[in-house]
Design a protein around this ligand. Sequence first.
Ligand code: NAD
Length: 259
Amino acid sequence: MKLDNKICIVTGAASGIGREIAARYAREGGRVAIADLNLAAAQATADDLRREGLQAMAVAMDVTDEAAVERGVADVVAAWGGVDVLVSNAGVQIVHPLEEFPYAEWKKMLAIHLDGAFLTTKACLPHMYRAGGGSVIYMGSVHSKLASVLKAPYVTAKHGLIGLAKVIAKEGAAHGVRANVICPGFVRTPLVDKQIPEQAEKLGISEDDVIKKVMLKDTVDGEFTTTADVAEVALLFATFPSNALTGQSLVVSHGWYMQ
Ligand code: NAD
């Protein structure tokens, strides 16, 4: 088991990519905290994992609320004694052309993606430093590397996560803490399913064309990336044995973006 009793906090783990990462970690022996805004869904995810005989707890957490983040991390530490792996994954998507982007929605996007990464990292680092090591993983995107129309705050925030990871890599190195970013292509989750009709309407094309001509057009094989593909990379970053792999961003996108 690659994560034997390691204590892992995964934000946004009640759904989609985060849920799959949590399940993968738990099946590798990890103790997994399902931290999510949606406590009922987090509870249901934790219950599903426990029914498999795995170790999981649900934690109510709005990643934009400093007190809620500190409380959630403290609950995990009280239950299990520390934090070894943080996956800052919670995220949403809001699309508008820039000249119509409501300022409140811009701020909400940056708060969830960037403040959320900062606050969860700040709360977890002291526990990792105390233990002499840990792994911080940010959920970036191909949009950490390139831009698409309608997604100004998303692209801005996802690029920003790479800068934050590089700083954590430098500050954390002396304590054995690594920081890396996963950059997935499009994955069929509720976040993407919601975007398909929205983009079809805003771009004036069919939903099928949004998938084929927008989302998957530059992949090598016309395929969606899967939650399992992303979880595989999350396991690599969580378990890599040295500081050799830190400050990196790894794209998993069926060749949509090649670095
Ligand atoms: P999802 O909608 O399936 O899951 C997102 C989860 O985040 C939900 O459970 C939601 O309740 C939670 N959440 C939202 N706001 C929160 C907050 N303030 N505090 C705590 N939890 C909150 O989405 P997903 O597709 O699994 O996306 C997960 C991450 O992966 C996001 O950061 C997203 O940007 C990124 N990503 C997704 C794709 C994709 O194609 N689906 C591609 C690249 C990157």
